[in-house]
Design a protein around this ligand. Structure first.
Ligand SMILES: Nc1ncnc2c1ncn2[C@@H]1O[C@H](COP(=O)(O)OP(=O)(O)OP(=O)(O)O)[C@@H](O)[C@H]1O
Ligand SMILES: [Mg+2]
Length: 289
């Protein structure tokens, strides 16, 4: 009998609980939230379902790109998982892959750690860029700025050349091209809805010798979404994603090491409200296709 006890997954990520079943996994998006790789003790009720639904909508939109999904209806999961009502809307049955241990980050705009690096060194991901760009400036074209997943839990930004040396030119090119293609097509799709995709990150795995998309896709946990209406160069636009939490944390005197500070109710409410708005707007515009 498989272990379906909510409290005993095979693996606990920062946000997802993972149950292993033979060759497959059940990924459960919990209501946990993390920032700077630290998990908060507060849970944002309903966040997990929203993340899972946004991810599913994008996997459907990009269905021509092979991905890990097998089933999203928990009633069709293998016994006894199909009898667990708490899995509804927040879980997926997926192919268990050999994970490629890189975060494939694509940036279309200068923000977050990319902006910090540029402001300090004139470089982004160890490459020189023209002087004069401001916070939130649109980059001349979307760029690939990978990070290596480390056992320590903190990802390490690396150059394209380093990643290429580590995994070989062929696989590197495939991951980079697929990442930029998804970023560009997703940006175009949501522009009609008045949304900007500032940046995002993808994960890939190997299954049956082939590269496939895994984990979550274009969620507000893994991406920065802005309103076109309030976008201005030189400022941090109000965001519809986890940046709300990061911005709040920057106002505190917290060294970003555990334990996480307390998350005020109004910040929790704001995150949930923005995630709900985003889910509605994304599903509306990408299901119109
Ligand atoms: N199809 C898959 N096959 C194997 N591993 C997967 C697959 N999809 C997602 N994962 C992994 O499952 C975990 C999901 O949990 P979660 O997103 O909470 O992790 P995380 O805290 O972001 O940790 P990590 O730093 O490992 O990504 C991640 O480690 C992710 O890489
Ligand atoms: Mg993750």
């Amino acid at each position: 009998m498989y272990q379906v006890l909510k409290s005993q997954p095979s693996y606990t990520g920062k946000v997802r609980d993972v149950f292993e079943i033979d060759e497959n996994l059940i990924l459960v998006s919990t209501d946990r939230i993390s920032a700077f790789d630290v998990v908060f003790s507060e849970q944002i009720s309903g966040k997990g379902q929203i993340l899972n639904q946004i991810s599913l909508a994008w996997f459907e939109y990009f269905k021509k790109i092979p991905n890990h999904l097998i089933e999203s209806d928990h009633l069709k999961f293998p016994e006894p998982f199909n009898q667990e009502p708490w899995l509804k809307d927040r879980s997926v049955l997926v192919k268990k892959c050999e994970r490629i241990d890189y975060e494939c980050v694509v940036r279309g705009y200068l923000s977050g750690s990319g902006y910090k690096e540029y402001a300090k060194t004139g470089q982004i991901a160890f490459k020189d860029y023209p002087k004069g760009m401001k916070e939130s400036s649109k980059l001349p074209e979307p760029i690939f700025t990978p990070a290596r997943k480390n056992d320590s839990g903190h990802d390490e930004n690396i150059s394209e050349e380093t990643m290429k040396t580590e995994i070989g030119n062929e696989l590197f090119t495939q991951l980079k091209e697929t990442s930029i293609k998804i970023y560009s097509e997703a940006s175009e799709a949501i522009e009609k809805e008045g949304l900007i995709l500032c940046d995002t990150k993808f994960e890939f795995g190997i299954y049956d010798g082939k590269v496939i998309l895994i984990d979550e896709l274009l969620t507000p946990d893994s991406s920065r979404y802005w309103e076109k209406e309030s976008y201005r160069e030189g400022f941090t636009p109000p965001s519809l994603d986890k940046q709300i939490l990061r911005n709040y944390l920057e106002t505190l005197d917290w060294d970003k090491n555990p334990p996480a500070p307390k998350l005020p109710q109004n910040i929790q409410d704001e995150i949930l409200e923005k995630y709900k708005i985003l889910e509605k707007r994304i599903t509306k515009c990408i299901s119109l296709k």
